[in-house]
Design a protein around this ligand. Structure first.
Ligand code: UDP
Length: 352
């Protein structure tokens, strides 16, 4: 093993455990668990208020970053007074000598820019598709001087960047033991994610109304106005909002769903919720767009439908009983186990 002591640096959009970081929060936790199993020692730097079981956390105060999804590609980078991002990376500089490798989980310009100024190597796990020209240029510069140091989750995400052939595809993984298999679903559909326009909740609500099957929605209420607009547009849709749940609570609700609907309007980098559903034996109906396209096997673990085509979702729901729920669980175990994630992470680090 080349590197032994790792310093993970979390996203500055919110404390770990709060949900603002979206899939990055679970990804970071699963990477910690996958590498701890292989004998690595890991500390995590994260915004103040973070919670992460069984992990040594360095909590940093400061102003949280705004989510990049709200910005346009040509927008400049904004620096907030007392920014938690700059505080976190200043702290990294102070303690970097105690670690062998730094792993960046944020989608931000600053850690990329700082890479040549730090003494230790930095591995960057990029968790979004191309969204910002400034960040794209910064990634390209890092790759020029430090090849193999930038990874993404999937090929479709990689292709959103002009330098895609230089990006390493890491996939993702989860702790399958945290998810219970459920062979007999109840009569409801599920939608899981941050409630924010790019996630396309309104399409799932429309499909639920047309199918007349209840839809249970779980996730952080990031944009209340957006949710209220959906409720006003579909006053008779059979929907129920179940709040933002811990992983244990979430899987306990998700496992009874007939299907998970994934209706993103943006190029989802990966889509953790797809593999979480599959781990419970829940098939997935997703738009053929972004990460879920690489996860869902059409006709085997769910259905991939034409993006933005609500009638195609409704038709796929009517065929969902043809999907073998046990196969969904098996495929999650086969491709997304913690062990395979740990192996992929290790071979990435060994290339650096
Ligand atoms: N999630 C959660 N509780 C909920 C709903 C969602 O912990 O009630 C988590 C879920 O486990 C997943 C994340 O929110 O890890 C959503 O990540 P995903 O990759 O699907 O989308 P992103 O938010 O990154 O766009």
């Amino acid at each position: 093993m080349h590197y032994k002591k790792l310093l993970f640096v979390s996203t500055p959009v919110g404390p770990l455990g709060g949900g603002t970081g979206g899939g990055v929060e679970l990804t970071l936790y699963n990477c910690v668990k996958a590498l701890q199993k292989r004998g690595y020692f890991i500390d995590v730097v994260a915004p103040l208020g973070s919670k992460l079981e069984g992990v040594s956390l360095h909590q940093i105060p400061g102003e949280l970053e705004k989510s990049i999804q709200e910005q346009s590609p040509a927008d400049p980078i904004t620096v907030y007074n007392n920014s938690v991002l700059s505080n976190m990376w200043q702290y990294v500089r102070e303690i970097e000598q105690d670690y062998d490798l730094i792993v960046n989980f944020s989608f931000d310009w600053l850690p990329l820019y700082l890479t040549p100024f730090l003494k230790k190597n930095v591995a960057h796990l990029i968790s979004m598709g191309s969204l910002s020209n400034v960040i794209n240029t910064a990634i390209e510069k890092v790759l020029k001087h430090f090849p193999y140091t930038v990874a993404v989750h999937g090929k479709i995400q990689a292709k959103t960047f002009s330098f895609c052939d230089q990006l390493l595809c890491l996939g993702n993984g989860l702790d399958i033991d945290q998810y219970q298999f459920c062979a007999q679903p109840q009569d409801y559909l599920a939608w899981v994610g941050r409630i924010s326009p790019e996630k396309g909740l309104e399409d799932a609500v429309a499909a639920a109304q047309l199918s007349n099957i209840p839809l249970r929605i779980f996730g952080l209420m990031q944009n209340r106005d957006y949710f209220d607009r959906i409720c006003a547009s579909y006053p008779n849709a059979p929907i129920e909002y179940g709040g933002f749940l811990s992983t244990a609570q979430l899987q306990d609700q998700l496992k009874f769903a007939r299907v998970l609907l994934m209706t993103p309007h943006w190029v989802e980098a990966f889509g953790n919720v797809a593999i979480e559903a599959m781990a419970c034996g829940v098939p997935v109906i997703a738009y053929r767009r972004g990460g879920p396209t690489e996860i869902v096997q059409d006709g085997k673990t769910g259905y991939l439908v034409e993006p933005d085509d609500i009638s195609a979702i409704v038709s796929a729901i009517s065929r969902i009983d043809k999907i073998d729920r046990w196969l969904c669980r098996e495929q999650a175990q086969l491709f997304y186990s913690l062990d395979s994630l740990g192996q992929r992470l290790e071979s990435w680090f060994n290339k650096i």
